[in-house]
Design a protein around this ligand. Structure first.
Ligand code: UDX
Ligand code: UDX
Length: 457
C-alpha cells in the first residue's frame, strides 16, 4: 500500500485522484489545496466543479481511501508519492511576460514538500510545465542536508474537461517519463504500477523525462493547430460559398488525417491550449529558434482573429450597429459539459459586443457563476439568465457560443416569436439546424457556411 498525495484540488487534481482512488482501493489517496473553501466543497454534497460522472466516482471512494484536506504539511510528511497539480498560468510580469509559464506556485510547492518531508519521496509533475522543469525541481528538492532523496517523474495529464472521468478510466495512453537511472526507473515503475491497476499495460508509455514534459505541450499544440487550421479554412469558405462542414468531412475521412478536432467554431478556449502554445513559443525563442516560435504562435493569433471577426460579422449583419440592441449569448463555458469559463471564446465575444455597446444577456446551464467572476467589472453590464427562453425574449439576435446539446433541442419557433424582427441567429458552433431556422424566419449566420437570410430587398 502506498500513501499517494496530490497538491492542487482543481479541474485536474480532483478528478484524476478520484479515479485513481476508485481503481486502487489498496492505496490511500489524499488531495490537499491551499484553498480551504475548495476543500470544504470537495467534502460536501456539492463538488466545486461540474464534470459528468464525477459525483459518482467521488461518492464511491471518498471516506474509504480518498480524502480531501486543507492540512498540507502533515499530509506531505506521510506521503510516499506526491502528484503536483497546482496551476501554472502564463507569466504576467517581467521577462517572458505573456508567454512563459509562471512557475512561482510550483517552486513554492517544491519548497513546501522539502520543508515537511522526513523521508525520501517520488514527486510527480502533473501540471503542464516547460520542458526541463524537472531539473529545477530536482535541484531544489535534493538541496537538503537531511539525507532525503527525491525522484521527479513526469506524468502529464491528457484528460479533457467534460470527459475527464471517461478519459481517465479509458485513456488512449498514459505517459510516464523519468531519469534513466536506477532510482529514476524505480520511481517510474511506482507510477506505472498505479495506472496498471486499470489501464492495459500496452497503453502505458514510458519515456525519458524531457520527452514526457515536451509531449504534453506538443499534444495540445497539435490539437489546437487542427482547430485553428479548420477555422482558417472556414474564413475562406465564407468568401467562396464552400461549406466548411463538407470540407472537414471530405478531408477528415482520409485516414491519415482523421475526423476529430475539425469542427470549425468561434475559436478554442480552455485553460490549456493558449497557455501551452505560448509556453512552447517562449521555449523556442529561448533556444534560439525564432522561425519555429513564429510557426506555433500563428495558431494562437488565428484563434484570436476567429473571436474578433465573429463579433465583426455580427455587427456587419445587423446593419452595422448593435448599440443598445439586446443580444442573447447561448453558452458561457469554453466547451460543453463543463462549468469552466477559462479563456472561453463566449466571454471574448461578450467583451467585443460590450465594446460595441450591445445589451448582452448570457445563458448557460452550469457556467454562469464562473462567467460572472471572469468578466470582473464588466459583469455589471451583463444580465446572467439561466433560462434560454427568457434570455432570448425581446432580443435582436441569439448567438450560440458553447456546444451544449440542449441548445439544439430548444423550441426555436417560440423563441422566434418572442424576438425583435428581423431576428438573427449566429451559430458559432455549427450545431443548430440552419435550414429549419431559416424556414422559421431567422436570418442565419454560421461559421464557414453561406448565410441564409430572409431579406426581400
Ligand atoms: C492545473 C494546471 O493549471 C495545468 O497547467 C495542468 O495542466 C493541470 O493542472 P487545473 O487543475 O485546471 O490545471 O487548475 P486549477 O483548477 O486552477 O487548480 C489548481 C489548484 O492548485 C487550485 O485549486 C489552487 O488553489 C491550488 N494551488 C495553487 C495550491 O494548492 N497551492 C499553490 O501553491 C497554488
Ligand atoms: C485539452 C486537451 O484536449 C487535453 O488533452 C489536455 O489535457 C487539456 O487541454 P480541454 O481544454 O479540456 O482539453 O478541451 P478540448 O476538448 O481539447 O477543447 C478545447 C477547445 O477547443 C474548446 O473550446 C472546444 O470547444 C474547441 N474545439 C475542439 C473546437 O472549436 N473544435 C474542435 O473540433 C474541437
Amino acid at each position: 500500500m502506498a500513501n499517494v498525495l496530490c497538491i492542487g484540488a482543481g479541474y485536474v487534481g480532483g478528478p484524476t485522484m478520484a479515479v485513481i482512488a476508485k481503481n486502487c482501493p489498496g492505496h490511500r489517496v489524499v488531495v490537499v489545496d491551499i484553498n480551504a473553501e475548495k476543500i470544504a466543497a470537495w467534502n460536501s454534497e456539492r463538488l466545486p466543479i461540474y464534470e459528468p460522472g464525477l459525483d459518482e466516482v467521488v461518492r464511491t471512494a471518498r471516506g474509504r481511501n480518498l480524502f480531501f484536506s486543507a492540512d498540507i504539511g502533515p499530509n506531505i510528511a506521510e506521503a510516499d508519492i506526491i502528484f503536483v497539480s497546482v496551476n501554472t498560468p502564463t507569466k504576467t510580469f517581467g521577462h517572458g511576460a505573456g508567454r512563459a509559464a509562471d512557475l512561482q506556485y510550483w517552486e513554492k510547492t517544491a519548497r513546501q514538500i522539502l520543508e515537511n518531508s522526513t523521508s525520501s519521496k517520488v514527486v510527480v509533475e502533473k501540471s503542464t510545465l516547460p520542458v526541463r522543469t524537472a531539473q529545477a525541481m530536482e535541484r531544489i528538492l535534493n538541496s537538503n542536508d537531511r539525507g532525503l532523496h527525491f525522484d521527479v517523474v513526469s506524468n502529464p495529464e491528457f484528460l479533457a474537461e467534460g470527459t475527464a472521468i471517461q478519459d481517465m478510466e479509458q485513456p488512449d495512453r498514459v505517459l510516464v517519463g523519468a531519469r534513466q537511472t536506477a532510482s529514476g526507473r524505480e520511481a517510474m515503475q511506482a507510477i506505472v504500477d498505479i495506472y496498471a491497476e486499470w489501464v492495459p499495460r500496452e497503453r502505458i508509455i514510458t519515456a525519458n523525462l524531457w520527452s514526457s514534459e515536451l509531449s504534453k505541450l506538443v499534444a495540445n499544440a497539435f490539437l489546437a493547430q487542427r482547430v485553428s487550421s479548420i477555422n482558417a479554412i472556414a474564413n475562406l469558405c465564407e468568401k467562396t460559398e464552400a461549406d466548411v462542414a463538407e470540407v472537414a468531412h471530405a478531408v477528415g475521412t482520409d485516414s491519415r488525417i482523421g475526423p476529430r478536432f475539425l469542427r470549425a467554431s468561434v475559436g478554442f478556449g480552455g485553460s490549456c491550449f493558449k497557455k501551452d502554445i505560448l509556453n512552447l513559443v517562449y521555449l523556442c525563442e529561448h533556444y534560439g529558434l525564432p522561425e519555429v516560435a513564429a510557426y506555433w504562435e500563428q495558431v494562437v493569433k488565428m484563434n484570436e482573429y476567429q473571436g474578433t471577426s465573429f463579433v465583426q460579422k455580427m455587427v456587419a449583419a445587423m446593419f452595422n450597429t448593435v448599440a443598445g440592441k439586446r443580444i442573447a449569448l447561448l453558452g458561457a463555458a469554453f466547451k460543453a459539459n463543463t462549468s469552466d469559463t477559462r479563456e472561453s471564446p463566449a466571454l471574448a465575444v461578450c467583451r467585443g459586443l460590450l465594446e460595441e455597446r450591445a445589451s448582452v444577456v448570457i445563458t448557460d446551464p452550469y457556467a454562469l457563476a464562473n462567467a460572472q467572476a471572469d468578466l470582473g467589472e464588466q459583469a455589471e453590464q451583463v444580465v446572467f439568465e439561466p433560462d434560454p427562453y427568457v434570455a432570448a425574449r425581446d432580443a435582436h439576435a441569439i448567438a450560440v457560443l458553447t456546444e451544449w446539446s440542449h441548445f439544439v433541442e430548444l423550441d426555436y419557433e417560440a423563441i422566434f416569436q418572442s424576438m425583435v424582427k428581423p431576428a438573427f441567429v449566429f451559430d458559432g458552433r455549427n450545431i443548430l439546424d440552419h435550414k429549419k431556422l431559416h424556414a422559421i424566419g431567422f436570418n442565419v449566420y454560421a461559421v464557414g457556411k453561406p448565410p441564409l437570410t430572409n431579406f426581400t430587398a
